[in-house]
Design a protein. Structure first.
Length: 119
């Protein structure tokens, strides 16, 4: 059993910051890529940022220069520091992880955490 547990969402005003965390736990799971996706009401789920096991990163154009993704491999945890938040960043944020479990490639999703940016 593998679980991704997210924390850190909430309600903030425009221009403020939030930090999301997500820990992957479970037996025999070798974590490769970790990342964050988001889904706003009435829209498709979209990539926010990903980070490889070796630290390579990829960002959506809309968040580059405002958001920073990082990870702690020893804790199988990924973080998303979100600065200068805008109302358009309002969405449910989902943690994602892929890797291998018992030699089989797997990917997993967290349950989602709500981020609301509003004055």
């Amino acid at each position: 059993q593998v679980q991704l547990v997210e924390s850190g969402g909430g309600l903030v005003q425009p221009g403020e910051s939030l930090r999301l965390s997500c820990e992957a736990s479970g037996t025999a799971f070798i974590v490769y890529t970790m990342g964050w996706y988001r889904q706003a009401p009435g829209k498709q789920r979209e990539l926010v940022a990903t980070i490889s096991r070796t630290g390579g990163t990829d960002y959506a154009a809309s968040v580059k220069d405002r958001f920073t993704i990082s990870r702690d491999n020893a804790k199988n945890t990924v973080y998303l520091q979100m600065n200068s938040l805008k109302p358009d960043d309002t969405a449910v944020y989902y943690c994602y992880s892929d890797g291998f479990r018992f030699g089989i490639q797997k990917n997993y999703w967290g349950q989602g955490t709500q981020v609301t940016v509003s004055s």
